[in-house]
Design a protein around this ligand. Sequence first.
Ligand SMILES: *Cc1c(COP(=O)(O)O)cnc(C)c1O
Length: 458
Amino acid sequence: MPIPFVEPFRIKMVEPIRMTTREERLGILSRATLNLFKVKADDIFIDLLTDSGTNAMSDQQWSAMMQGDESYAGARSYYRLKDAIEDIMGFPLFIPTHQGRAAEGTLFSVMVKPGDVVPSNRHFDTTMGNLLELKARPVDLVVPEAADTSLDAPFKGNMDLKKLEEFIQQTGQENIPLGMLTITNNTAAGQPVSMENIRGTAEIYRKYGIPFFIDACRFAENAFFIQQREPGYAGKSIKEICREIFALVDGCTMSAKKDAIVNIGGFIGLRDPGLFEQLSGKLILHEGFITYGGLAGRDLEAIAQGLYEATDAEYLKYRILHTQYLGDVLEQAGMPIYRPTGGHAVYINAGAVLPHISPSRFPGVALANSFYIEGGVRTVEIGSLSFEHVDPVTNENVVPDLELVRLAIPRRVYTRSHLDYVGEIAGEVFAQRDRIRGLQVVEAPALLRHFLAKLAEV
Ligand SMILES: *Cc1c(COP(=O)(O)O)cnc(C)c1O
């Protein structure tokens, strides 16, 4: 039964999208060496590749952009964003960057050295890539429930606190320059983390003197889940919950392309003036002066306004129900999906849809490609192609425990009928699942190989 919800906005500007034929799409995908990252956006009908930077900005954001101060140093727009970050997150200091991975890369370049270990509930691919490049070790310690695709539990993105403490004791805190936690947990099906778990994680890191940074890309969606699901939070505002989350940490890395509802931008939020000084030096070398960090003044304006819109309770309610609705239509089409649905995306258990394709033959990629061929719908694999890697310290091959296809929903872009269309295509794909074939890598870079890999059918 679909859940009734309604978009809390109306549409003032439209962007046409173009349908292609199945025949055309077969040729397009073949020329893209079976890798959807290499397909032109004009050849996509519904693009659920990512919710990152694909958002529709509001009239308020566009008008704020007109007020962008493009001064090289000390721009008014920088101070406007500084105030918004302090107001919503409580960080007195911040470093702007051109997107989330630059925030990670800048932070790690100062804090992390080869052989170091950085625990998290689950690292995102760019976080993992930034650490691997520094010859450091990303370690995922999410709760075991995260691997159960059907268990109905409120906070399956949580850190396994017992494992975290044992891990720190075994590794030695001197080898852990910082600890992380991703909210919501993107690579664990966008599942939220509870306030109790954030507090528990903070206590453990503090006990061992480890600085605690949150990967905060979807902090507002996570705050909404806390308000809806965690005892004691129903009466608190989203802003109060956000302030409570960030009061527990030393800093955050943020991709504004997610929960600041913009098309580009990111930042590091922090409290330590000494670290701020070190980061400033790095930033000037790689991203730009400390008051713009690779962004235009107008971008800083849009982020400041977007942070307020993303923490609006009515918007968040629509956002979460919209995502849940996509889960419902996919399930009605026969697709086994990860339950409960997360904040920004629905994840199909591709391993279960295509049991005849082993993880080393990338069932997630094969399923994603079928969605494109059948309906021009672009999705993305979250499985072995994206996350299999060699641990730089132990030399062991690390593989993910699930082969998923993620359907990420850009903010305020698609309507309910777009989602119904995706459901229809899912039904067609599901009906032909026995005919879908596995893939192999023909050529790929060593790091973040999924973006550029050339693939072929086996
Ligand atoms: C998107 C994302 C990042 C990286 O941010 P970019 O802006 O894409 O560089 C980091 N962590 C998580 C959890 C993300 O979803």
